[in-house]
Design a protein around this ligand. Sequence first.
Ligand code: ADP
Ligand code: MG
Length: 314
Amino acid sequence: MRRGRVIEEGAARALLAAPREAYTRALVDALPRRGPPPIPRAPSEPLLRAEALTVDFAGRRRFFTRGRAVQAVRGVDLAVHAGEAVALVGGSGSGKTTLGRAMLRLVEPSGGRILFRGQDISRTRGPGLLPFRLACQIVFQDPYSSLDPRMRVAQIVDEPLRLVPGLSTVERLHRVDAMLDAVGLAGFGARHPHALSGGQRQRVAIARALVRRPDFIMADEPVSALDMTIQKQILTLLRDLQKAHGLACLFISHDLAAVGEIADRVVVMQHGQVVEEGGRDQVFDAPRHAYTRALLDAAPRLESQGGRQSPAGK
Ligand SMILES: Nc1ncnc2c1ncn2[C@@H]1O[C@H](COP(=O)(O)OP(=O)(O)O)[C@@H](O)[C@H]1O
Ligand SMILES: [Mg+2]
């Protein structure tokens, strides 16, 4: 259906194999497909690493009692190397956001260590944390609430550059223009967020996160609030920018199929622990943990005559 009208119907297999309408084709094309195989990397010092990381939340206070304490992250080891895209997936409440935020020092860990370029930053505070803060950026989940509605797109993207010492106004303008161009929003600088679609807003959020040329970005559910066809465009954009800039990325999502396909490595979390970790193809083609298999089975995919079609497509 589109705009309240049936535009195409037919037997499931035939329709999915050969959609006639452009809109149907766009939906079918939006199904996750695997990119080229990841390039094997030489073992090196990870850019960012969690070691036996634990995060406990005290129970939320009720009227006279306290709710039960939550162990959101239970002894997780996770390393992200320079230039590597890692997908962190798992069901709602499995601890993904808490782990990602703890690795960026936005949530206080209860135990374990966080290493940035080999240095323990778990307890670093104040100005000592500044190089780390400048090197890491976040793309937030909800593009509708994360952008200041009073600011114009160019100002939103420019804001992080104001913290870079020694950058002239002209240089900043150039950087903003180039960044808007890179995310497909050339000429949108004077608009306000309300004059943009959800996908365009998420492009602004990505431009803002990348404009200071970070080494690492964390994208927490970057496409969950978007339509399926737009999800694909945004994930492809993230992937292309990640490769072009040699960025390290942590893509967090409940949707294994969507983010897994654009990652080099996949890490699966359940109940605050990592239950499976491996190269993308290994996790998709030979998942070892029952929970990973359940996540894969829950994902929409096309079946071919020979049974389950590889999401790699051709
Ligand atoms: N600020 C908080 N205070 C108390 N409990 C929290 C807080 N944030 C998250 N939790 C709990 O920690 C667990 C993991 O949450 P979260 O990291 O958001 O999972 P996910 O991102 O995988 O959905 C959940 O049980 C959640 O209710
Ligand atoms: Mg989350």
